[in-house]
Every structure is written in structure tokens, then in C-alpha cells.
Design a protein around this ligand. Structure first.
Ligand code: IDP
Ligand code: MG
Length: 156
């Protein structure tokens, strides 16, 4: 099992797409283990996007991400990092495949609805940035016995 950080960006919140986007992840079988509505500070945005600091779009990205509230989620599941990136689609809405979140709900390069960690190291770092100790929960869902096949003694 992996846990990844997902952010529903200000455009998703402003456009009333929180439910639709969260549903994509839930319907896939991912478990929500952390979730909150928050406004990202300039300092937090800078830490989160530190690898992009030299990019030409960096200033606009930080302005966008700190402009209005976001929903941050920690999602857990088998291969959750790759699964979420696949559900999200390519970075630019105009290029993202139909059927993905970005492909179905957006067309912009920068206002692309959702952030997802891109590696296990990034996921651990980003979860620690956005969630305090105790805010990411472990719990059992009754439905997990139908989301995963555990009949053979291991999760498949
Ligand atoms: P990702 O979100 O698909 O991992 P990254 O390359 O990590 O894409 O870029 C982070 C975010 O910066 C993107 O989600 C998007 O909001 C924004 N961004 C990336 N490239 C551009 C660009 O060329 N123009 C404007 N915004 C961009
Ligand atoms: Mg990225």
C-alpha cells in the first residue's frame, strides 16, 4: 500500500468540482485517509513547489495555488501514486486524455484542477508538509473486501 498527496487546486474548488473530482478517486477504490479545506500560505507553496523555483511559470503557479482555498487529501491504495497520476492525466488540460480528471474537466495549462505526488519520496515529503501528526488516519472500510481480492491470503 502507498499513500499519496492530492490537492484539489483553487480552480476545482471555485468551479464546484470538489465532489466530481473526489468521486473519481473514490470510485477507483482509493481510500481517503486525510482530507481538509485550507488556504495555502506563500511559505508552504514555496516549500511544496521548491523543485520548480527556477521555472518560468513558478511565480504564477504560487500566486494561483495561494489565491483561494484548496482541498488536500491523503489517498491510500495499492500503487496509489501511479494510480492517481494516471487518473489525473497529462499536465496540460488540452493534452490530457479523455477519461482522466484533467482531460474531462479542464483545458488550461496551469489551471489543471489537481496535484498528485510523483514519487514515494515526494509523497512522504508532501504529506508531512500538509498534514500534522495524527491527521492521516488508518481505518478499515467494509468495502475493502470487495475492492481488493484477499481470498488467497494476500491482497491482489
Ligand atoms: P504535474 O502537476 O503534472 O506534476 P509539473 O510539471 O510538476 O506538473 O508542474 C506543476 C504545475 O505547474 C502544473 O500542474 C501546472 O499547474 C503548472 N505548470 C506546469 N507547466 C506549466 C507551463 O508550462 N505553463 C503554466 N503552468 C505550468
Ligand atoms: Mg509535478
Amino acid at each position: 500500500m502507498e499513500t499519496t498527496l492530492i490537492i484539489l487546486k483553487p480552480d476545482a474548488v471555485q468551479r464546484g468540482l470538489i465532489g466530481s473530482v473526489v468521486s473519481r478517486f473514490e470510485q477507483k477504490g482509493l481510500q481517503i485517509v486525510g482530507m481538509k479545506l485550507m488556504k495555502i500560505s506563500g511559505e508552504l507553496a514555496a516549500q511544496h513547489y521548491k523543485d520548480h523555483a527556477a521555472k518560468p511559470f513558478y511565480a504564477g503557479l504560487v500566486r494561483f495555488m495561494t489565491s483561494e482555498p484548496v482541498v488536500v487529501m491523503a489517498l491510500r491504495g495499492v500503487a496509489a501514486i501511479t494510480v492517481c497520476r494516471n487518473l489525473m492525466g497529462a499536465t496540460f488540460g488540452s493534452k490530457a486524455a479523455a477519461g482522466t480528471i484533467r482531460g474531462d474537466f479542464g483545458i488550461s495549462n496551469s489551471f489543471n484542477l489537481v496535484h498528485g505526488s510523483d514519487s514515494p519520496e515526494a509523497a512522504a515529503r508532501e504529506i508531512a508538509l500538509f498534514f500534522k501528526e495524527g491527521e492521516v488516519l488508518s481505518y478499515t472500510r467494509a468495502v475493502d473486501s470487495w475492492v481488493y481480492d484477499a481470498s488467497g491470503g494476500k491482497i491482489e
